[in-house]
Design a protein around this ligand. Sequence first.
Ligand code: ASP
Ligand code: MG
Length: 449
Amino acid sequence: MLVMKFGGTSVSSKNSVEVICNLVEANIHKKPVIVVSALSKVTDSLVAICTKDNFSDAVLDNIYNKHAGLAREFLIGNDLELVLKYTKQCLNDVKNKLSKLFATSNNLAPLALKDEIVFYGEKMSSFLIATIIHNITKIDVRQILSSTCIVTNKKFGSADYLATSTKKNTRFVILPLIKQNVVPVVTGFAGATKDGEITTLGRGGSDYSASILGFALEATEIQIWTDVDGVYSTDPRVIKTAKLLPLLAYEEASELANLGAKVLHPRTITPAMLSKIPVKVLNTFNPNGVGTTIVDIVDEKKRRVKAITTKNSVPLITIKSNDMLFGKGFLKKVFDIFARFSISISLISVSEVSISITLENKENINEVLKQISKIGMVTYNEDYGSLSLVGGHIMDTPNLMNDIFTILEAANIKVHMISYSGSNINVSMVILSRDINRALELLHNHFIG
Ligand code: ASP
Ligand code: MG
């Protein structure tokens, strides 16, 4: 079985949908399972109308027209009618649910309802794409709602899957179809709680859902079809000499995604890694490209720094306290506060009397700062970004640290904080946001070329 996930841009244009049909046909002997995102920008629009001020018929009409436009490129007669009716029905549901909510004193959809609303993006795209694939290729297809396969916890907006029940449900739903040579076209992005409430896996989460399905089905390969040629040594829009990386290890890809590379949803790698399923990143707009293959072990002795990734802005907290000097349990108190407010920590550096921490998210930040100020002197700063060099066995790079510091010092770029990963896979630095791109260019030139 082969899981093929197509992102928003891939399901939005006539040419790319033709490529999808060709790919399904060409891979039919591998028993493909198709996973789709919503059409481009549809999730953004659905997120927007979950706020009363942005809720309007114009937005719904625009979503309808996108689907109808694409449908008309391929379909006529009954098939076209079916798609238009399904799309209209979905948007009516959205309208009714939100009108009812906004008629009360609520101005904002609660997280659970928001997940239910945004999931309609994938419902509409999967119905449309399934119908087109069938119409063009005559292959039997079936639209499958991922809410019947992926079981998650109740973390609406950023849920995580529960492996055992997901595996059971997914196999129960998908395997009989595969046996009958039916191609499932599954909604990406969402799952459901044990009680059947819709949850989403975080923005960009269709990659993650493809990996979860691949894990559950014990697929031979998970393909992520997107609109770039694969994973690059850095963002090619920023650095023109960025190089495509044909081969990456799971850990490397995972670090890259976590540390700022946009091409994959950060949690995509984990389920695939559990069953050692290769993940390929491929370009629907250049389907013959080599792409990037992500596997268990990459035995490359040569270049250690493989990629450099940046985040332009990382919230930074510094805490100073003399209690740290001889006190016990100080760090625990600090981390307990972050845990209580569900803030994930990215990088940490600790000295005798101070601790610097960068954060993944800054929700509840004011409350967090208030709590921390009870145990130490705290400063908060948003002027910094992070830059991370990534590569397996990175510490074996000759003169690594020396070169980094020499290059940055010569350019007058100050490193505020540095952190080596214990897994010997990345070196991350916190530097002023305004210096990030300059540092990236210098270090990319030196280590990657
Ligand atoms: N449609 C969702 C989003 O835009 C999921 C995805 O495309 O991966 O976030
Ligand atoms: Mg994506």
